[in-house]
Design a protein around this ligand. Structure first.
Ligand code: ZN
Length: 250
């Protein structure tokens, strides 16, 4: 029971870690040719969310949720019910390659890749550390900046990465390298290039990454208070993707 309690208590803050464990436990080693499961720490963050979503909508009787928002057109509060199955038509199949060459003058050559399970687990811990600090305090600002730099460090691979090291150690080395760059000129360029590439590589559930959290894009909602003859007013609502809502309850 003590183990159970600690697991439940931790899961709110270690969603990525719990998701890895869950997605790995679902796989039967014997069904793989080499007897090894396909470790979900190597899956892209998008594939992890999409897998959890599929399992969820296929195992629940009720997939309808309530959303409410303040309409920017009529300033009134609207509510709607949305069936999570309505997100299926919004699934994106990326035509883009999952690697993109990094080619910026005076920056080490390499490539950009989507964030994978090991990256989002690492970033989750950094975010937890940041959130223990008082918001906007000097310490918080440093932790917040580090999180942003680490997002880049994990999305990058340099040609001269020491592949004998663990993925974490390699990311930490890339972080140290990024710290040596000129913030205004070089780092901003790298960060913008990474952001653009990651956006082109988006796949699975349509989502936006805002304030360190994934938000699912839901079908537009029509304001009910428009007059006849007015242009339709549609609002796209974002639904925070909390793993805990998609994992089976313990
Ligand atoms: Zn409205």
């Amino acid at each position: 029971m003590a183990d159970y309690r600690s697991f439940v208590g931790l899961s709110v803050y270690l969603e990525e870690m719990v998701a890895t464990r869950y997605l790995n436990q679902l796989q039967v080693p014997e069904s793989y040719p080499d007897g090894k499961i396909n470790d979900s720490t190597n899956w892209t963050a998008e594939d992890r969310r999409t897998a959890l979503y599929w399992i969820y909508i296929n195992t629940r009787d009720n997939t309808v949720i309530n959303q409410s928002y303040e309409c920017s057109f009529c300033q009134k509060e609207h509510g709607r019910q949305m069936d999570l199955c309505d997100l299926i038509p919004l699934l994106v199949e990326s035509e883009h390659s999952m690697t993109e060459k990094l080619d910026i003058p005076n920056i080490k050559p390499g490539y950009i890749q989507p964030l994978r399970g090991n990256a989002v687990e690492y970033l989750e811990q950094l975010r937890n550390t940041r959130d223990e600090l008082e918001e906007d305090s000097p310490e918080w600002c440093v932790a917040h900046a580090d999180l942003r730099i680490y997002e880049c460090a994990w999305a990058l691979k340099f040609k001269d990465d020491d592949k004998s090291l663990s993925a974490e150690d390699q990311a930490e080395n890339r972080f140290e390298y990024l710290l040596t760059l000129d913030a205004e000129k070089a780092f901003k360029k790298v960060a913008a290039t990474v952001r653009k590439a990651l956006s082109a590589m988006r796949h699975g559930l349509m989502s936006e990454y805002l304030d360190g959290e994934y938000k699912l894009v839901t079908p537009p909602h029509q304001c009910p208070n428009i007059e006849e003859g007015d242009e339709p007013v549609e609002t796209v609502l974002l639904l925070p993707f909390r793993y805990n809502n998609f994992l089976p309850s313990l």
